[in-house]
Design a protein around this ligand. Structure first.
Ligand code: PLP
Length: 387
């Protein structure tokens, strides 16, 4: 099997599993316990926090471990907006982009349904980019938070996060970015990016599912979502997932070593693959930005097919990919991301995404291009349309 669905999830790296192993076995203590097993676990947690902080260029106290990207996004969007509203009831608007992952979008909608917030959605252009002036146009004195993702999970477009954050912070509005897809490929230095909050998920990086990180800058107010024993400095109660924290810390550190070189290598493979698909498959359309895109994502529409059917056909030939984001997979509904980019819903339903990890090879992608050409041909020959 050629696995080209790394944006959905990745296998756990051996080094990550080895680093986690002691905390799942002999050193299984609860970091809150006052005996030696507890102290060993607390030391591991502190070490993991320090490594994550080094990877993000922040202080350990600014790192909160969560159960994944979804929880990190929920905590950032709801936690910052609610804390700011509590301090100043006039702050009752949140800004998100039109291409956010549901973890951000649904958190904003929750604020709208239950806390009287207005959600302002910044549009994107046909490549998925948020224009700085489009963000400037929606900011209001009542805006409590801006959340714009670093890189998109369906089309791979990379946002000018530093520029957008500067606009938001210039007006005193905290800026959160969902870096779940960017982590592993793009620089995560929170000072250079000038952001106030950032979400990362372990399972996209070679750590297990169920561990994540939220960075929240120093004095940013944050209302916790989980109440209980006050772990994570009161920001996220619940016995800490020590092995998960060690896992995500190890994965983040590993992905940073040699990242530039990997980025260049994989981007070159991606570009060769994109050319092969655009020339080899009649009518293929590349979605997302042609150059400001993750090295690891090549996404297309194949008008006159159905994305789900193409997906099944390529899988029959041993290539695994996705017909959209994992959340939307299985429902043949058009992707809201592609409709936000201006694609007709009928065309959006023909989307297929290939996403790679750093172990991808030229042979894998050549085989995928051939499988894809045959798959699209047979789906078109059968006249299968979305529906
Ligand atoms: N944000 C983005 C951009 C994602 O791609 C994902 C997962 O696909 C998430 C958030 C959710 O992360 P998790 O699966 O760790 O909850």
């Amino acid at each position: 099997m050629i696995f080209l669905d790394a944006a959905a999830t990745t296998r756990v790296r051996r080094e990550v599993l080895e680093a986690m192993w002691p905390y799942l076995t002999g050193d299984f203590g609860n970091p809150s316990s006052h005996h030696s097993l507890g102290e060993t676990a607390a030391a591991a947690l502190a070490g993991a926090r320090a490594s994550v902080a080094a990877a993000l260029g922040c202080r350990p106290g600014e790192v909160t471990f969560t159960s994944g990207g979804t929880e990190a996004d929920n905590l950032a969007v709801k936690g910052i907006a609610l804390a700011r509203q509590a301090a100043n009831p006039q702050l009752n608007r949140v800004v998100i982009s039109a291409v956010e992952h549901p973890a951000v979008e649904e958190s904003a909608r929750y604020l709208e349904r239950f806390h009287g917030f207005v959600v302002d959605v910044v549009p994107v252009d046909g490549t998925g980019l948020v224009a700085p002036e489009a963000l400037r146009a929606v900011l209001r004195p009542e805006t409590a938070l801006v959340s714009v993702m670093y890189a998109n999970n369906e089309v791979g477009t990379i946002q000018p996060v530093a520029e957008l954050a500067a606009i938001s912070r210039h007006q005193g509005i905290p800026f959160h970015t969902d870096a779940v897809q960017a982590a592993g490929w793009l620089p995560l230095d929170v000072k250079a990016l000038g952001i106030d909050a950032m979400s990362v998920s372990g399972h996209k990086l070679g750590a297990p599912k169920g561990c994540g990180v939220l960075f929240v800058r120093g004095r940013t107010r944050l209302e916790p979502l989980l109440h209980g024993g006050g772990q994570e400095r009161g920001r996220r109660s619940g016995t800490e997932n020590v092995s998960g924290a060690v896992g995500i810390a190890t994965a983040l550190t590993l992905t940073q070593a040699g990242q530039q070189e990997q980025r260049r290598r994989v981007a070159a493979l991606r570009d060769t693959f994109i050319s092969a698909v655009l020339t080899g498959v009649p009518g293929a359309v590349l979605t997302g930005h042609p150059s400001c895109r993750l090295p690891s994502v090549a996404s297309f529409c194949f008008p006159g097919t159905s994305g789900e059917s193409v997906l099944l056909e390529v899988e029959r030939q041993g290539v695994v990919c996705s017909s959209g984001s994992a959340c939307a997979a299985g429902s043949d509904a058009p992707s809201p991301v592609l409709t936000a980019l201006g694609y007709d819903p009928g065309v959006a339903q023909t989307a297929v995404r290939f996403s790679f990890d750093s172990a991808v090879t030229a042979e894998d992608l050549a085989a995928a291009a051939t499988a894809l050409r045959q798959a699209v041909e047979s789906v078109r020959a059968l006249g299968i349309r979305p529906g």
